[in-house]
Design a protein around this ligand. Structure first.
Ligand code: F6P
Length: 334
């Protein structure tokens, strides 16, 4: 369906944010809104993602509606994970509202689940959808970065720097659990940025026990405190950071261990300059894409250039972590 000539001239678009919120979503809504208005199109803001589309929680957006939002975290349109949209009945209601509101195309800002929803919707109904990668997880294939990832990474670094102070004072090992769902980008890169001793991530398929490796290398001899970043993914040992802390207590008595789960603070805060710029570029590019007749693609960034990635690739393909990053941490944590 990608690259089809659009059948109908676009005069009105809908924009929504869906799934976990991410810093920079507001900058993106602002860019989509203003770029569309500058083409002479109408813009409808849909509240609470697909849930609001089903419930017809839709308002007109003007250039003023998005004033003073670029620096704000969260999403002014609010977000939700809609169970109802996963059902044919839910999507039918959503389609009725799209027709009633005169929306010709939908811009969906969200992560994997949100783009998967857009793909299903676009297959069932003749709705033009454009996806924009908005998630702190950075787990969408086909884009080097997702909106919110850079801010979350910086938030983690700020927190871990503080944890390092207390870890050093007490000679403790800290297992710090970070978000990312099944992707280790946040864990791996924050570990490098914080000078951590190790990162335990789901992408490491070496079959080597990552804890043994860390104990064997990192903390041995000279080091009396350590920071280990642990991805929240159940694939790294069900129970995340706590699982590894419990194992150390049992298998390597003598070390003093603490766990810190950073949780949702990673999702909040004012977006970094990088995320604001990325969100602005992708937002404008989504309108260019629609104007070119693109449909069912995610707009992403590769080597600092805008790219279009078919939904099916963005959501189904695994985005690998560069082995070089794993090597850098290994070399520097001796
Ligand atoms: O996808 C973003 C994310 O923050 C993940 O990193 C995390 O696993 C999940 O959302 C948490 O979701 P919720 O806010 O619904 O608990």
């Amino acid at each position: 369906m990608q690259n089809d000539k659009r059948m109908k001239e676009i005069t009105c678009i809908g924009v929504l944010t869906s799934g976990g919120d991410a810093p920079g979503m507001n900058a993106c809504i602002r860019a989509v809104t203003r770029a569309a208005i500058s083409k002479g199109w109408k813009v409808k803001g849909i509240y609470r993602g697909y849930a609001g589309l089903i419930e017809n929680e839709i308002v007109d957006l003007t250039t003023e509606s998005v004033s003073n939002t670029i620096q704000r975290g969260g999403t002014i349109l609010k977000s939700a994970r809609s169970k109802e949209f996963t059902t044919p009945e839910g999507r039918a209601k959503a389609y009725e509202n799209i027709k009633a509101q005169g929306i010709d195309a939908l811009v969906v800002i969200g992560g994997n689940g949100s783009l998967a929803g857009a793909l299903t919707f676009a297959k069932e109904y003749d709705v033009t959808c454009i996806g924009l990668p908005g998630t702190i997880d950075n787990d969408l294939y086909g884009t080097d970065y997702t909106i919110g990832y850079d801010t979350a990474l910086n938030t983690i670094v700020e927190c871990v720097d503080k944890i390092r102070d207390t870890a050093t004072s007490h000679n403790r090992i800290f297992f710090v659990e970070v978000m990312g769902r099944d992707a280790g980008f946040l864990a791996q890169n924050s570990a490098i940025a914080c000078g951590a001793e190790a990162a335990i991530i789901p992408e490491d398929h070496s079959n080597i026990d990552q804890l043994e490796q860390f104990i064997g290398h990192g903390i041995r001899k000279s080091k009396n405190s350590s920071i280990v970043l642990v991805s929240e993914s159940p694939k790294v040992g069900n129970g995340g950071a706590q699982y590894y802390a419990d194992r150390v207590v049992k298998e390597y008595p003598g070390y003093e261990v603490r766990v810190s789960i950073l949780g949702h603070l990673q999702r909040g805060g004012s977006p970094s300059a990088y995320d604001r710029i990325l969100a602005s570029r992708l937002g404008v590019a989504s309108i260019v894409a629609l104007d070119e007749g693109q449909r069912n693609v995610m707009v992403g960034i590769q080597n600092d250039k805008i790219v279009y990635v078919p939904f099916s690739r963005a959501i189904k393909m695994d985005k690998p972590i560069d082995k070089e990053l794993i090597n850098v941490l290994g070399v520097l944590s001796i």
